[in-house]
Design a protein around this ligand. Structure first.
Ligand SMILES: Cc1ncc(COP(=O)(O)O)c(C=O)c1O
Length: 500
């Protein structure tokens, strides 16, 4: 039996730059993903919901149509609109089993704080650990690749000291902080001392800490649009008003962001390799961004997640290198250069923030695993890290060239590539009008992960396409993936033209 529901949606914000339709579709999607709206639930009529929320019926109609096109809703003639019984494939890896399981009968949902509810409603990112073509952002994880790292780590496990077994500095193991400071100087032009380096469990924890420390709920932050979902989730969970800042070939459009929210407290940028479009932020835009931050005492979060992997062109130093007044927090991670489950990253904070961030790290998690940190410090200091990067850079360059050549040979009429030659993914935009969510859904059914570009947008998507990760794929897997993708694109085109 279908269930009726009374929706408890967050109040929509008419003044927010995100359209009401988008706010509503995001809230409904979230309600499904956290299990608040269960499969087969009947939605209120568009007229009733519009009345309840005080918005136009068209807003609700458009939001329902959007979720139907994404596969979350299905319409049954004469009976209304329902949450589908099987969720779209591309959403499944964002869910954990608990979120999908209906709450046991008679057990009230947990009473959460406002902060907790915002966190529970943020989109969940859960990997099932399977390696599929073309999941973005995964490095090469094949056997043998990490032998030297494994040797260094097991040596440290066998020869650990009392100091390493005891509580350590919450800001990170001293030797690792020194090794990181000595590495980012020459490699990225970052100017810092070891004290400014705070070791975190990857960039995600650094983002969470920085946003908690620097922005109050209700204040605004600029976020690249399209942008990194991990940063968006942290801001949304902190109750921060997200101001979408459009991105073009020169990176974030700073003047437009200033026009939209001059008094924002913070800006998140990925200037070396904009995620997901892949552009490098121009020097002019970098200077505009720094000028704005200096004048308005705002903060800049610089996410330098994959800058080690550049295959052509002159790398620009980090934005932090141009920061004269201490407004930039520089985020780095070992997830791409080594492997994601290591969960070690860092934030390099301006000197004025060093004591407060150290204190906050002691409150929030009290430091990462000291034995892994000591092993990593040795791995860097002994030169293995730089050798590993050089080896991986050659491998990724080959994999990228292989994928790009196949796309040019086979899919030239369907896909065009955006961005610079760097990183572990290519962003492929559709040449002709196509629904990237539908292509992604078809891909999932065929065993491919094809994140739709439109889903990285906060406002109305300007581009449709796919974000294709290749770092973890050998040549055969790339070729097989392109074969399948070509068949899907052909089929989606055919079905569109036969429907006309
Ligand atoms: C833009 C961006 N920043 C940072 C990261 C790394 O996050 P973490 O260090 O939490 O693994 C990723 C991973 O995919 C990313 O795409």
């Amino acid at each position: 039996m279908a269930r009726r529901t009374t929706l408890q949606l967050a109040v929509l914000q008419p003044g927010d730059p995100t359209s009401l339709t988008r706010q509503l579709s995001d809230a409904l999607r979230r309600a499904i993903l956290v299990g608040q709206l269960r499969p087969n639930t009947r939605l209120p009529s568009t007229r009733a919901l519009a009345g309840e929320l005080g918005v136009s019926r068209n807003t609700v109609l458009d939001a329902y149509a959007q979720l139907a096109s994404e596969g979350y809703f299905s319409a049954r003639t004469g009976s209304g609109t329902f949450v589908t019984t099987s969720l779209p494939e591309h959403s499944l890896d964002r869910l954990d089993a608990a979120a999908r399981r209906p709450p046991a009968r008679g057990i009230a949902p947990p009473a959460l704080s406002t902060r907790g509810a915002a966190m529970a409603a943020a989109p969940l990112s859960v990997s099932d650990g399977r390696i599929r073509a073309f999941s973005p952002g995964i490095p090469a994880l094949e056997q043998g690749n990490l032998d030297m790292w494994n040797r260094t780590r097991s040596w440290h496990q066998r020869h650990t000291t009392v100091e390493l077994l005891n509580y350590n500095d919450p800001a990170g193991h001293r030797a690792l902080r020194e090794a990181i400071a000595a590495y980012v100087g020459p490699m990225r032009g970052v100017v810092c001392t070891a004290e400014q380096v705070i070791v975190t469990a990857g960039t995600q924890q650094a983002l969470d800490l920085a946003v908690r420390m620097l922005v109050d709920p209700g204040e605004s932050a600029w976020l690249e649009d399209p942008g990194y979902p991990g940063a968006r989730a942290v801001l949304a969970a902190a109750g921060v008003t997200i101001v979408p800042a459009p991105v073009d070939e020169d990176g974030m459009c700073v003047q437009e962001a200033q026009r939209r929210a001059p008094r924002a407290r913070l800006a998140y940028v990925s200037p070396s390799h904009q995620y997901p479009l892949g552009y490098t932020m121009s020097v002019t835009r970098r200077l505009q961004l720094l000028e704005w931050a200096e004048a308005s005492h705002a903060w800049i979060l610089e996410d330098d997640y994959d800058s080690e992997f550049r295959y052509g062109g002159r790398p620009l130093p980090a934005l932090q290198a141009l920061d004269r007044t201490g407004r930039v927090l520089y985020l780095g991670t070992f997830s791409k250069v080594l492997f994601p489950s290591l969960r070690i990253g860092y934030v390099i904070v301006p000197a004025t923030l060093t004591p407060v961030f150290r204190n906050a790290s002691s409150v929030a998690w009290h430091g990462a695993n000291a034995i892994d940190q000591a092993a990593l410090a040795d791995f860097i200091r002994d030169g293995h890290f730089e050798r590993h990067i050089r080896r991986m850079r050659r491998r990724y360059q080959e994999r990228r060239a292989w994928l790009v050549d196949l796309i040019h040979d086979r899919l030239r009429d369907d896909l065009t590539l955006a961005g610079s030659t760097a990183g572990l993914h290519v962003t492929a935009c559709f040449v002709r009008r196509r629904d990237d969510v539908e292509v992604s859904r078809r891909g999932a059914a065929e065993g491919l992960t094809l994140p739709p570009l439109s889903q990285y947008y906060i406002q109305n998507p300007r581009l449709a396409g796919l974000v294709l990760g290749y770092g973890h794929l050998g040549h055969d897997a790339i070729r097989a993936g392109v074969d399948t993708l070509a068949a899907i694109l052909r089929d989606v085109t055919l079905r569109r033209s036969t429907r006309r």
